[in-house]
Design a protein around this ligand. Structure first.
Ligand code: IMP
Ligand code: MG
Length: 368
């Protein structure tokens, strides 16, 4: 996931797929030119990477040149007029292949063809790495197409969003759903806290830890904090409504966030439903419940190990640890079921190095 100006982009087409498509383009072109030396004319700025890679795999002699389309205000009522700048070669009698990074509506290509048709070119053909068939509005035939893509805005490999992104070796597509809201779960000892910190930075999310929110509200004696405390002091569970309102206030404090990591919430189906409603009112939704999965025996071992140095009494006793794990599964079963029904439950193997687990989480989140 990357951020360019105000927009977020997610990986779409990898380097290998691009390389393969370019190789195919090169082979097809070389078969078709039948021994002629073609001149590739790249359309700047976007096509610089395609042209460079295309030439490198082209099996034979070829030449290269670049053009740039320049628009200027026409003097007549015709409005904007285009002209070509950059071609100094004599193209008379040559086999010319226009190389585009992307053909979208086809407007640019049509103008290019008109401008080139003024020269006495022998064969004029068009190659493009990316093509959006749903957006194409012209009859002009495109001779060589690398990869057809849906009508989505992409960046990378020469393509830009307002100047940025051209240097990326992969292609990314615009993330249409701007917020990423994750519910992070994991049994005690699964490394949830560590991973939440990493995810927060990677995806620029706001981490809402319910425990922290409670402590903050109680410490600052907010209305909701005092209300929560009155139940806790009587040894009662804080009603969902109070918890939900605290979370709601927290979400509203972060208007404009890229998304949230909910940690320790929801705990009941009623809370899950309330969260759905809250996010819906913000025109967004829960993208997924991501749960770190670690075998009980591994957890017990980890926590006992941690207990030796942390001094936490609940980490020192195996039966207490086992009970905490059991409580976790009892509590989350309902929620797992709730999100599974919506295809929003993602179990992630929580055994391995921190980096390995982070990578698994990133793969899940990138796919949301
Ligand atoms: P046309 O609509 O085919 O004339 O495309 C015009 C130009 O818009 C292309 O040469 C690109 O510079 C740009 N463009 C079209 N689609 C995209 C995209 O998805 N990402 C980045 N630039 C694009
Ligand atoms: Mg272009």
């Amino acid at each position: 996931m990357i951020q360019l100006h105000d927009k977020t982009f997610v990986p779409f087409i990898g380097q290998q797929k691009i390389a393969l498509a370019i190789e195919k383009l090169a082979m097809k072109i070389s078969e078709d030119v039948k021994g002629e030396v073609p001149i590739f004319i790249g359309v700047l700025n976007g096509a610089f990477m395609v042209v460079s890679d295309l030439m490198r795999v082209y099996p034979g002699n070829c030449e290269v040149s670049f053009v740039k389309m320049a628009s200027y205000e026409g003097t007549s009522s015709s409005g904007t007029v285009s002209k070509l700048i950059g071609v100094n070669e004599n193209l008379e009698g040559r086999t010319v292949i226009i190389v585009e990074d992307i053909v979208d509506t086809g407007n640019t290509l049509e103008v290019l063809h008109t401008l080139f048709s003024e020269q006495k070119i022998k064969v004029l053909k068009t190659a493009t790495l990316f093509f959006k068939p749903e957006a194409y509005k012209k009859d002009l035939k495109i001779d060589y197409v690398g990869i057809e893509i849906p009508n989505k805005f992409i960046v990378g490999y020469g393509l830009d969003y307002d100047g940025l992104g051209r240097n990326l070796p992969k292609v990314y597509q615009l993330k249409t759903q701007q917020m990423t809201n994750i519910i992070l779960f994991g049994p005690p000892g699964a490394g949830k806290g560590t991973q939440a910190e990493v995810l927060k930075d990677t995806y620029n999310l706001v981490h809402i830890s319910t425990g922290d929110v409670f402590r903050y509200n109680i410490k600052n004696e907010t209305e909701l904090g005092l209300s929560a405390k009155s139940y806790m002091d009587k040894g009662q569970l804080v009603p969902d409504e109070v918890t939900i309102n605290m979370l709601k206030a927290e979400v509203e404090k972060n208007e404009g966030a890229n998304g949230f990591i909910f940690d320790g919430f929801p705990r009941t189906e009623a809370q899950a439903k309330a969260l759905d409603k809250l996010l819906e009112s913000k025109n967004t939704q829960v993208n997924g419940m991501v749960a770190l999965e670690v075998d009980d025996e591994v957890l017990v071992k980890r926590l006992l190990e941690r207990g030796k140095t942390s001094g936490r009494p609940d980490d020192a006793d195996e039966s207490i640890i086992r009970n905490r794990i059991k409580v976790y599964y009892d509590e989350t079963a309902i929620l797992k079921n709730y999100y599974q029904k919506q295809d929003k439950y993602f179990g992630v193997d929580g055994v391995g190095s921190i980096e390995e687990i982070t990578e698994r989480l990133n793969n899940v989140i990138d796919g949301l």
